[in-house]
Every structure is written in C-alpha cells, then in structure tokens.
Design a protein around this ligand. Structure first.
Ligand SMILES: Nc1ncnc2c1ncn2[C@@H]1O[C@H](COP(=O)(O)OP(=O)(O)OP(=O)(O)O)[C@@H](O)[C@H]1O
Ligand SMILES: [Mg+2]
Length: 274
C-alpha cells in the first residue's frame, strides 16, 4: 500500500486527497531546498517527477541525471522513464507537459470507474510529483497565450486531480498576488507554506481566513517557515523548519530513485505518455 502522507519536521502531510503544496517566500528563504526535500520524499514512495524550472537553476541541472541514466544505464532502465522532456525550461515546454498531464489525468478517470469512491491509491496508480519552481517567474516570462494555457491546465489539475489524478503539485513562488494565482485557486492547496516572514498580501493569499495579527512571527533564517494544512484543525499556520539538506547529494539521490522506481508494482497504464 502506498503511504497516504509524508513527513515534514514534526508534521505529517497528507498526500491522499490532496492537491499539493503551495510555497511562498522571498529569494534565499529556502523554497528550493524545501521543494527538493518534498520531491525526494514523494519519489521515495514511487512518485514520477515532472520538473518545471524556467529560471534554469537548481532543478534544471537535474536534466543531466536523466541524460546520464539514459546513456550509461540503458540496459538497467527502460527508456520509458528516462525520456527527455520531463524537465522543462521554457514556458512553452511547461504548457505542453501540463497538457499531457491533464490528458493522463482524464484517462485515469475514464479507465478507473469500477469501484465507487476509490481513488488513485486504491487503484494503485503511480503518483506523479510536479515540481514548479518559481511559478510566478515562469508566468511573467510567458506570452499571454502560453500563460493562459499554463493557468488553465493547472486549474483543471488542481480542481480535478485529487481523487484519481494521483498528482501532487509543488508550486513555489517568490510572491503571491491575486494576479499570479487567483484566491480560489490558492485556497485549493491543502498544504500552504510561507518561508520566513512574508509581506501582508502574500500572507493573506497563503493563509486566507486567518487574522494576520494571529500569525506567528518566524525567525528570519533560511529554512524556517509557517505551514498550514487542511487537517491541522486550525486556520493559523504553524512554525516548522525544513530539514537541512546540505549534506544530501540531491542529484545522486534523485538518480537513485529514478532507477529504483523504474521497476515498480503500480498499475500498468497503457495510455501513460512518458
Ligand atoms: N532547511 C535549511 N537548513 C539549512 N540551510 C538552509 C535550509 N534551507 C535553505 N538553507 C540555506 O539557504 C540557501 C537558500 O535556500 P534556497 O535556494 O532554497 O532559497 P530560495 O527561496 O529557493 O531562493 P531563490 O529565490 O533565490 O531561489 C541555501 O543555499 C541554504 O544554504
Ligand atoms: Mg529557489
């Protein structure tokens, strides 16, 4: 059975029935470190990664892992999971991959209707972790048509994905404004995280329904933040600290998990696009 939650500091973050995590924080506050931690946690339970990094920073460098794995370990790994194109560096590529993901989600709904109330965990569908680092930067870089496409696919995934999609979205952004992410979308994220101290606009979008004066003050140290989850039974976000990842060789662990997960017991899906 796939675990239905992952650990972050002293908290247990549900992944079953969950859209994903929204992460906001100014530059250097520790967003990317947290994103890499969550990504590896999800990959360790078998999740298939899709990575969007149009700033071409930390996550973009993981493409070498795909290429290396592809050329060196071709005999061990089938070409399927190491195909290029799972790491996107332009808004156009992001839109294209999100379209494929939306199609996959729709196929999952069409093919899995036999059991009333079952979800992707019951059907043993392979979870997918979508890493979207610097979400607002990607949107501002995109032309209007592409930006709209990205938002529209994301909306479909956010509103529809939690039951059968098996899609866990990790969206990180420096600032949140209503232009970047409408309030009705941001509040769909079952987990919302603010790194260090945030401006009031970002706070009210990340933690709606909460009196801003009640929000705890966080130390201005990278990796320190506030976390809200639908199941915490309080609207007030709680302090947490991201595990220190400085001793973790992220590309190496990433590669290990890609190779290990290539052979898995998840349900075979002949419409799987990658
Ligand atoms: N949990 C942590 N423990 C210890 N140090 C951390 C932690 N998180 C982040 N840091 C330190 O802070 C630095 C910046 O973190 P990170 O790159 O994740 O920030 P960011 O919010 O993604 O910044 P940017 O907006 O520039 O991409 C890291 O290189 C690391 O040195
Ligand atoms: Mg970053």
């Amino acid at each position: 059975m796939i675990p239905s939650s992952i650990k972050l500091d002293q908290y247990s973050i549900p992944i079953q029935g969950s859209t994903g995590a929204l992460i906001v924080g100014k530059p250097g506050s520790g967003k990317s470190v947290l994103v890499s931690y969550l990504m590896l946690q999800l990959m360790s339970i078998g999740a298939f990664p899709l990575i969007f990094d149009t700033k071409r920073s930390d996550f973009f460098s993981l493409r070498y892992v795909f290429h290396d794995t592809f050329s060196i370990e071709n005999s061990v790994t089938s070409t399927k999971s190491v195909e290029k194109g799972q790491i996107c560096s332009t808004p156009g590529q992001v839109a294209k991959l999100l379209r494929q993901l939306t199609e996959l989600m729709n196929q999952r709904y069409e093919h899995h209707q036999a059991h009333w109330g079952w979800d992707w965990i019951n059907y043993k569908l392979r979870p997918i972790v979508v890493v979207f680092d610097e979400f607002s930067a990607t949107l501002s870089e995109a032309d209007k048509k592409t930006a709209n496409e990205i938002i529209n696919y994301l909306k479909q995934i956010i509103f529809k994905g939690r039951q059968m999609g098996g899609i866990y979205l990790i969206l990180a952004s420096q600032r949140l404004t209503a232009d970047v992410l409408e309030r009705n979308i941001s509040s769909e994220f079952s987990t919302r995280i603010g790194m260090q101290n945030l401006d009031r606009v970002s706070l009210s979008l990340a933690f709606p329904g909460c009196d801003l004066n009640e929000i705890p003050v966080v130390e201005n140290i990278p990796g320190h933040g506030l976390i809200y989850n639908d199941l915490f039974n309080t609207l007030i976000p709680q302090p947490f600290i991201t595990p220190d990842m400085s001793h973790v060789n992220v590309p190496k662990v990433f590669k290990h998990l890609i190779v290990r997960n290539d052979v898995n017991n998840f349900t075979c899906e002949d419409y799987w696009p990658w």
